[in-house]
Design a protein around this ligand. Structure first.
Ligand code: MG
Length: 667
């Protein structure tokens, strides 16, 4: 009896809690934020004049339900599609199992009484991205397609619950820093996650879609509309006053302010939001994009994201009639950025996973080109990549250097049989860039034979940072280190770039450490194979490591002759042989390759180690020879012809199956 009574009392408490969490009030202050003189809002205005707030809210809802003339290029209500994955997110969300991050699957449950501060793994991304509400728009699609009110009812409930439990409390700088260091918990700490401008901007954009999807639902009441608009306005103001200082975050925020201003022109400040976004985009596209088209974070993934940000703002302008606010130069720069990206990608649409980049999905990559083609319908080469080579024509050249960004591509074709090597050797990049100067990826006949280690995770507690740092560190790249230490300076200088003929050459130099400079000379010979000359020069003493990380799969090691040969299935294999001037020892190392967040596979990694006991340079010649078959590689020999390090150039002799050839250059 007692138990029953207690459970009844508890049920009442739960009921009361859920009612109060979902409770919606008519927030009449919203009418002060709107321009009631605007066409279509006459009834709202007259109700407001008579202080009939309920009628005013009803009239406003009626206005929005029938509003015409504002377009959102990201959603066509007449053709809504939901993927299986999105349907699952929508259904899971009904039980408060929220899809937050692809790297953390299956999704966590946030409790019957939603705990927005639940943080099962101390990875910042998991906590931040909860506040992007990635399941809300899928709920909207599910609602539209099924007409089942449960999605709308639950969405409105969660929307209100979030507002109630994530107040935008004012935090001073000191408190913010303490919260960042994990020393303050509760509402102050929560603001750092729930109200980070990037997350806010995410909601600002996605809530326009949710608005369109749910507006006709009975759960979208006049009271809810006032709560929604007030919350939305708070979001826009928060970004306006807290734009990120730089980088892709700032671009995302600016583009989403353009979206907010264009989608809700009824707000008195809407023009200001739009203008603020546009002026930032116009300013930053000049600052963040080098003349060669590369975005300054030097990360293929954020480069791509930046293209899409610039394009998204442009499409919003196009459908709502303010394209003229973007100068032609802005459009030209986007085209340059796309050309840069096409150059560093492989024929299977794979991208190098340099810096924090993840491997894009082929379908997505092709869809990008299709979207870009809408903006640049006259571009033959965008048409070519958008149509998987069926229409248009590829870029009218093969090898290509982006000299300021420091991305160099050796390429012998645009088809699946081609050989493509991309070397990264540029200036110091922003946060997402890794200390990897001189590294490369090498792709042949459908396989990336030397993929980058990738990034695996971003940031969080010590355990998360330890994982991140392994993938980020210099020695996890195909470049030279001393004692496996991270580079002290990442500022490569291009000494030579020759992108045509049968001996294409890149010479790049980076002042790796105090007392040790690394000069890497890459020869793309007969547009077939690669010879790399590495020279470590300076007073520093220690173990010089020349690091190579292969693709996952079977690799045979011949330690006596410093040879690696792959025995992969399929028609893409490689032989690598390293010739060092002094005794070099092949050492097997820990090797991982990550193509997506928290996804990794083990792979073979080695370093050729040479003891440097004096000021004499350490020099290596490495031959990398791809072949369709794993059993048919030539035999190599290689030696230096010039004695010691020469500032003016390099001269070597290589032989393939006994056939000698000299390679070199003069600076
Ligand atoms: Mg890397």
């Amino acid at each position: 009896m007692k138990t029953i009574r207690i459970s009844i009392i508890f049920s009442f408490i739960f009921l009361a809690m859920s009612l109060s969490a979902g409770a919606q009030e008519l927030r009449k202050e919203v009418f002060d934020l709107l321009n009631l003189e605007a066409q279509g809002l006459e009834k709202v205005k007259s109700a407001c004049d008579q202080q009939q707030w309920k009628e005013a809210a009803e009239a406003l809802l009626d206005y929005y339900r029938h509003r015409e003339g504002i377009a959102n290029p990201d959603l066509n209500l007449k053709n809504i599609k939901i993927s299986k994955e999105e349907q699952k997110w929508a259904d899971d969300a009904l039980e408060h199992t929220f899809f937050v991050h692809k790297g953390y699957q299956p999704s966590y449950n946030y409790g019957k009484d939603i705990n927005w501060q639940y943080w099962p793994v101390q990875d910042n991304e998991l906590r931040w991205q909860l506040h992007r509400h990635k399941w809300f728009t899928p709920m909207g699609k599910a609602y539209r397609l099924t007409g089942d009110e449960k999605y709308a009812k639950e969405w409105a409930y969660q929307y209100m619950d979030w507002i109630k439990k994530n107040p935008l409390v004012q935090v001073n700088k000191e408190e913010y820093e303490l919260a960042s260091a994990g020393e303050v918990k509760g509402a102050v700490e929560n603001v750092r996650f729930a109200w980070r401008p990037l997350e806010v901007s995410n909601r600002l954009q996605d809530q326009t879609l949710q608005f369109m999807l749910f507006i006709n639902s009975p759960s979208f009441t006049p009271e809810f509309l006032t709560e929604f608009l007030l919350n939305y306005h708070r979001h826009a103001l928060h970004i306006l006053n807290n734009y990120s200082a730089q980088g892709n975050h700032l671009l995302f925020e600016a583009q989403r302010m353009v979206c907010a201003g264009a989608f809700f022109p009824e707000f008195k400040e809407a023009n200001g939001w739009r203008e603020s976004g546009i002026s930032i985009l116009n300013r930053e596209i000049k600052k963040q994009v080098y003349a060669d088209g590369g975005q300054y974070e030097l990360d293929p993934h954020y480069h791509l994201a930046s293209i899409n940000i610039f394009c998204k703002a442009l499409r919003m302008a196009d459908v709502n009639g303010f394209r003229q606010e973007f100068p032609q130069e802005y459009v030209n720069t986007i085209l340059k950025m796309i050309e840069f990206y096409a150059n560093i990608c492989f024929p299977d649409y794979g991208n190098p996973c340099f810096s924090d980049a993840k491997l894009g999905e082929r379908k997505e990559e092709i869809r990008n080109y299709k979207e870009w083609l809408k903006i640049f319908p006259d571009s033959k080469w965008i048409r070519y990549y958008a149509s998987e080579g069926r229409k248009g024509a590829p870029l009218p050249y093969l090898s290509h250097g982006a000299l300021t960004s420091g991305f160099f591509t050796f390429r012998n074709g645009w088809t699946n049989e081609s050989t493509v090597m991309v070397v990264k050797a540029g200036p110091k990049g922003e946060w997402h860039c890794q200390p990897d100067n001189g590294t490369f990826e090498f792709w042949f006949n459908g396989r990336n034979l030397f993929p980058d280690s990738g990034s695996y995770v971003y940031a969080g507690d010590k355990e998360v940072m330890k994982l991140r740092n392994w993938f980020r560190r210099t020695a996890s790249h195909n470049t030279l280190t001393m004692n496996e230490k991270n580079l002290e300076t990442t500022q490569s200088v291009t000494k030579m770039w020759k992108e045509e003929g049968n001996e294409q050459i890149l010479v790049t130099e980076n002042p790796h450490y105090q007392g040790l400079t690394h000069r890497r000379s890459v020869f793309f010979v007969d547009q077939t194979y690669v010879v790399i000359v590495d020279e470590a020069v300076g007073e520093a003493k220690g173990t010089v490591n020349l690091n190579f990380h292969l693709c996952e799969g079977k690799v045979n090691l011949d330690k006596k002759n410093n040879i690696l040969t792959t025995a992969y299935e399929g028609e893409s294999n490689v032989k690598l042989q390293c010739f060092a001037e002094k005794k070099a020892e092949m050492k097997e190392k820990e090797g991982w390759r990550s193509t997506a967040y928290r996804k990794r596979v083990a792979r073979t990694a080695v370093s050729f180690d040479v003891e440097k006991n004096d000021a004499a340079p350490v020099r290596y010649i490495t031959v990398i020879y791809p072949s369709k078959e794993s059993g048919s590689f030539p035999t190599f020999k290689a030696k230096f012809l010039n004695k010691g390090f020469d500032l003016k150039g390099v001269k070597i002799e290589i032989s393939l199956n006994g056939k000698k050839r000299q390679l070199g250059y003069e600076l």
